[in-house]
Design a protein around this ligand. Structure first.
Ligand SMILES: C[S@@+](CC[C@H](N)C(=O)[O-])C[C@H]1O[C@@H](n2cnc3c(N)ncnc32)[C@H](O)[C@@H]1O
Length: 292
């Protein structure tokens, strides 16, 4: 049985960090802070200004339980139940992928086009395929007030979470959730089709970091035998749902740029933008139909 946690905020943070160091957690300082602040409702400023501040017993119990889960390998954001994405707090659920900072590259890549269309036409319609928490759609809606988005997912639990997130962020009036196997139930035409589809090969799933393999849903990760199945479907079917001059923006695995460009070229699209993530990896491709 581990020692009980101190009540005073400063020592509590130190002990929380020490437990995570002992469990060889990757970033023990940050995770200890996130857990203590979340369950005690305190801030770093408070810990510095008033380290003797007493945290109440129920919060200590919750922090203790959360530290045990983290030490047992559960990702910190799964324990907190939310993750920040593009400055938005998004709730997670068992059926949603944890949105990653790499995916913010897609938002940044397509946002200038979304804004240009909204300025020219007074509206921009976005289709977010495999919306998960709603991350991509909601980030774009938060940045462009004239945009509307339909978030598609095959997982009903993901759509419930995305709808909840849209409501929490005051974006519910411009976000529609649609349960569909990719385009199966989609109708209408969109200026932007965005997707961060599953792109890990089925055989590589077992080699992923434990925190990804054991806690992100398999449906959000597995892109089939070569990891490219969802891109083939999107490239083959997007044209019927795109406005003239519309763009398709996809997140990709870091080694997939050439193969995915070929898939879209064969379907009549040209590559009009390629973007790297902050780690310098190829991460986002933007296509337009009829371009060389
Ligand atoms: C990599 S996750 C991306 C989630 C979110 N867009 C993000 O970037 O954080 C892929 C998403 O595609 C969804 N998905 C998987 N297969 C699908 C299908 N056949 N039709 C629609 N969505 C699917 C999964 O449920 C998951 O939410």
């Amino acid at each position: 049985m581990a020692d009980s946690l101190p009540e005073a905020l400063g020592p509590l943070l130190r002990e929380a960090r020490a437990r995570l160091v002992a469990a060889a957690v990757d970033d023990p300082t940050l995770d200890a802070r996130l857990i203590v602040e979340h369950f005690s409702g305190t801030t770093l400023t408070q810990a510095i200004a008033d380290p003797e501040f007493k945290v109440h017993g129920r919060a200590i119990e919750a922090i203790d339980a959360a530290l045990r889960r983290r030490a047992g390998g559960e990702p910190v954001h799964r324990i907190l139940g939310y993750r920040e994405f593009y400055g938005l707090r998004l709730s997670l659920s068992p059926e949603t992928l944890e949105p990653r900072p790499d995916t913010e590259t897609l938002v940044e890549a397509i946002l200038p086009f979304v804004k240009a269309i909204a300025a020219r036409e007074g509206a921009c319609r976005i289709l977010d395929l495999g919306t998960g928490t709603g991350a991509i759609a909601l980030a774009l809606l938060s940045a462009e007030p004239a945009a509307t988005a339909t978030g598609v997912d095959i997982a009903p639990g993901a759509l419930a979470t995305a709808t909840g997130n849209a409501g929490q962020l005051g974006l519910g009036g411009r976000f529609t959730a649609l349960q569909s196997d990719w385009f199966e139930k989609v109708s209408g035409r969109y200026h932007v089709i965005a997707a961060n589809p599953p792109y890990i090969t089925s055989q590589d799933i077992g080699n992923l970091q434990d925190e990804v393999r054991d806690f992100d849903p398999r449906l959000a990760l597995d892109g089939g035998v070569d990891g490219l199945n969802p891109y083939r479907i999107i490239a083959a079917e997007a044209a019927r749902f795109l406005e003239a001059e519309g763009r398709v923006a996809v997140e990709i695995g870091r080694t997939q740029q050439d193969e995915i460009t070929d898939i879209f070229r064969s379907a009549g699209y040209g590559l009009v933008g390629a973007f790297r993530d902050l780690g310098g990896n190829d991460r986002v491709l933007v296509f337009q139909r009829g371009k060389p």
